[in-house]
Ligand binder design. Structure first.
Ligand code: PAZ
Length: 325
């Protein structure tokens, strides 16, 4: 029997089985209690104004790529290209728009307020003064001052909660924990899913324990598909939240079609379509009633496409909250 979201009952129950088996076989999160406590405190702080019309809106920004370990005592893993720039930039604009942000990010990728700093070689930013203090060199000094101050304000006010992941196992378990913690925020919650999530993985229980040895010919390894959690996040884990996912393609001819398919299949409120090479210049926000192209301001070298993108999504989220009320 077909359901209204385009998936039939057999597909839905097969998906639920895949999801259960994914979580059952995943290595348990090492810091689950700590993460749960941090999330509980964060949500409590930001739900205190609910009901009086001045509620803080909260967004979970996912950022960077997930790894797929090939060995349990992992030496080798499959990775992807994502730098985390989109997530870090978007986090800054969400904070500027008054949101509290749960930044679920790949360890070691780009962080909010650090985008303007050179990462190679970072130490060239500094010099010793005559009295052996350390000073930031002039071309970077303003950027460093602003980065330190903006970051400190966000953290001290409790507006930014960073939760780092590395593997696909950690990422999906943490996303589930977040969804389970933010229920009371209802429609004031947004998921902004910019992470590049692996499509295939090696199930933990069929993975070699020790480093795979070379020298015995080609490597045979079976990767299975990572269950598509978007539909479950949208309909079961956080049914009131405003959900935005991303679709990346390298072939522009299929980009919008694929984004639109994802919108309907997973019931997203918006899908941001982007192409690999132009992703910092332009994106298209695909929604059920319109497609909105969004561009960086090309007259300003320091502008970001995330600036108009977040403004648009904040407006759509506001309308979602008003509609739900
Ligand atoms: O992390 P980044 O700034 O280098 O790239 C951002 C992105 C392309 C990973 C993101 O915009 C995106 O499309 N994420 C979803 C990728 C996907 O289709 O799975």
């Amino acid at each position: 029997m077909a359901s209204k979201d385009g998936q039939n009952d057999t597909e839905v129950s097969a998906l639920n089985e895949e999801i259960q088996s994914f979580f059952k076989s995943a290595p348990p999160l090492r810091n689950k209690t700590e993460i749960t406590t941090k999330l509980k405190d964060f949500v409590l702080q930001h739900s205190s104004n609910l009901g009086n019309g001045r509620a803080t809106r909260v967004v979970c920004v996912t950022s960077g790529g997930t790894t797929v370990p090939l060995e349990q005592r992992c030496v080798r893993y499959i990775d992807n290209f994502s730098s985390g720039h989109r997530g870090a930039a978007s986090t800054e604009y969400f904070l500027k728009a008054g949101y509290a942000v749960i930044f679920l990010c790949r360890r070691g990728t780009c962080q909010p307020y650090c985008r303007s700093l050179p990462d190679d070689p970072f130490l060239e930013c500094f010099e010793f003064t005559d009295d052996s203090q350390i000073r930031v060199l002039e071309p970077h000094s303003e950027a460093v001052k602003k980065a330190i101050s903006d970051h400190r304000i966000a953290v001290e006010k409790g507006q930014l909660l960073k939760l780092p992941f590395t593997t696909i196992f950690e990422y999906l378990q943490m996303l589930l924990l977040i969804a389970a913690s933010v229920g009371r925020l209802g429609q004031h919650m947004m998921f902004y899913l910019a992470a590049a999530v692996s499509d295939f993985y090696v199930p933990w229980n069929s993975m070699a324990e020790h480093k795979i040895q070379s020298g015995s010919g080609p490597l045979d390894m079976r990767l299975v598909q990572v269950p598509k959690m978007l539909a479950v996040l949208r309909k079961e884990w956080a049914p009131l939240a405003f959900c935005v996912s991303f679709k990346l393609e390298t072939d522009t001819m299929i980009l919008l079609e694929k984004a639109s398919a994802a919108l309907h299949k997973y019931g997203m409120h918006a899908v941001v379509a982007n192409e690999l090479l132009t992703r910092k210049e332009e994106v298209v926000v695909v929604m059920s009633n319109e497609n909105v192209p969004v561009h960086r301001d090309k007259t300003d070298a320091s502008s970001d496409v995330e600036d108009p993108l977040i403004k648009l999504l904040v407006d759509k989220h506001r309308a979602h909250i008003a509609d739900s009320a």
